[in-house]
Design a protein around this ligand. Structure first.
Ligand code: F6P
Length: 360
């Protein structure tokens, strides 16, 4: 079993379903199987920045309900860049050394960082500067981390968006309406593509395939012509307007937030075709709630594999899912490879062969 280790675990970036099953698996394996100590760091790197560090010692008795719990019991943040931390007076400063000091203060032998590509890149920079032993686990509902077929949170988000389409189908049919479902995914269309097929959307719009309004209206009128009086459209939040811009709003905190392409399209569809059109913006519902069985499986596989890497003292690696196996790759490679939807992907072909319109 080797020497007894003290390991940290943190969740970083936007939350999603499946993070708690990862934490549970790490504790089962590290504490239960190896007899190590696990420190759950609060709110990403901010728990290490605090002096003294803010953490919870995680024991086997603490993880009973984590398999089915949404979000992350450790808390997280997608703000507070350690190298350009925004201070209360609006200035920015490099607080990386404070975070590195937290790792040393806890006398950690290694740390598991659960994050998307952005937060994993930050953790790696901290690890290099502070000589940390880092193992990364990919999570993001956007599923855009290139080296893994699946990231934690994606499957649950697809399930939720599919269920939304299932429900919208009936109300759209009852009122003979076009209903547009706007989903998250940042610059990638994976959620829209997967849920669009699973939920039977008639039109799927993703950032990777440019659309024309004429093609969308043609599809709607073709459906009318064969007696289909309602239609479902799913659109990814980063799809662009006719003039090529993403729809981005500034919230009260001054942050730029994607959202609104659904309403933009609805207005144009009504103007061009007269079809009564409604919009549902699914938003953070996609990140909340009970993890799907797949996210629980993936979380269990990733959590235990990360502990195994630490047991073998193989660091600076990310665990990934490839051909139903957990395979680890250098973090450097993982963060270098962004994965958008490939327009030649088998799922795009599948949808096209079933008559789904991509607006092209
Ligand atoms: O990256 C995950 C994600 O949910 C994106 O799909 C979405 O655009 C963004 O985060 C929303 O971020 P926030 O929680 O800061 O509103």
């Amino acid at each position: 079993m080797g020497t007894k280790k003290r390991i940290g675990i943190l969740t970083s970036g936007g939350d999603c379903a499946g993070l708690n099953p990862v934490i549970r698996a790490v504790v089962h394996c590290a504490v239960g199987t190896y007899g190590w100590e696990v420190f759950g760091i609060h709110e990403a790197t901010q728990g290490l920045m605090a002096s003294p560090p803010e953490y919870t010692r995680l024991h086997l008795g603490d993880i009973d309900r984590l398999l089915t719990a949404g979000g992350t019991v450790l808390g997280t943040t997608n703000k507070g860049h350690p190298f350009a931390f925004v201070m209360p007076d609006g200035t920015t400063c490099d607080r990386s050394e404070e975070i590195i000091a937290g790792y040393r203060q806890l006398e950690l032998d290694a740390i598991i960082g659960i994050g998307g590509d952005g937060s994993t890149a930050i953790l790696r920079r901290l690890a290099q500067q502070g000589n940390w032993n880092l193992v990364a686990i990919p999570k993001t509902i956007d599923n855009d981390v290139g080296v893994t077929e699946c990231s934690i949170g994606f499957d649950t988000a697809v399930n939720i968006a599919t269920e939304a389409l299932d429900r919208l189908h009936f109300t759209a049919a009852s009122h003979r309406r076009v209903i547009i479902l706007e989903v998250m995914g940042r610059d990638a269309g994976h959620i829209a593509l997967n849920a669009g097929i699973a939920g039977g959307a008639d039109i799927i719009l993703i950032p990777e395939i440019p659309y024309s309004m004429d093609k969308i209206c043609q599809k709607l009128s073709d459906r009318q012509a064969i007696g289909k009086t309602h239609s479902l459209v799913i659109v990814a939040e980063a799809v662009r307007t006719g003039t090529g811009e993403q729809v981005i709003n500034k919230n009260a905190m001054g942050q730029s937030v994607l959202g609104g392409i659904g309403q933009y399209l609805a207005d144009r569809i009504f103007a061009a075709s007269g079809a009564e059109t409604r919009v549902t913006v699914l938003g953070h519902v996609q990140r909340g709630g009970t993890p799907s069985p797949m996210d629980r499986l993936l979380g269990s596989a990733f959590g235990t594999a990360a502990v195994e890497l630490i047991a073998q003292e193989k660091y600076d690696r990310m665990v990934t899912w490839q051909n139903r196996q957990v395979v680890s790759v250098p973090i450097e490679d993982a963060i270098a490879q962004y994965r958008a939807v490939d327009p030649q992907d088998t799922l795009v072909k599948t949808a096209r062969l079933m008559g789904v319109c991509f607006g092209d």
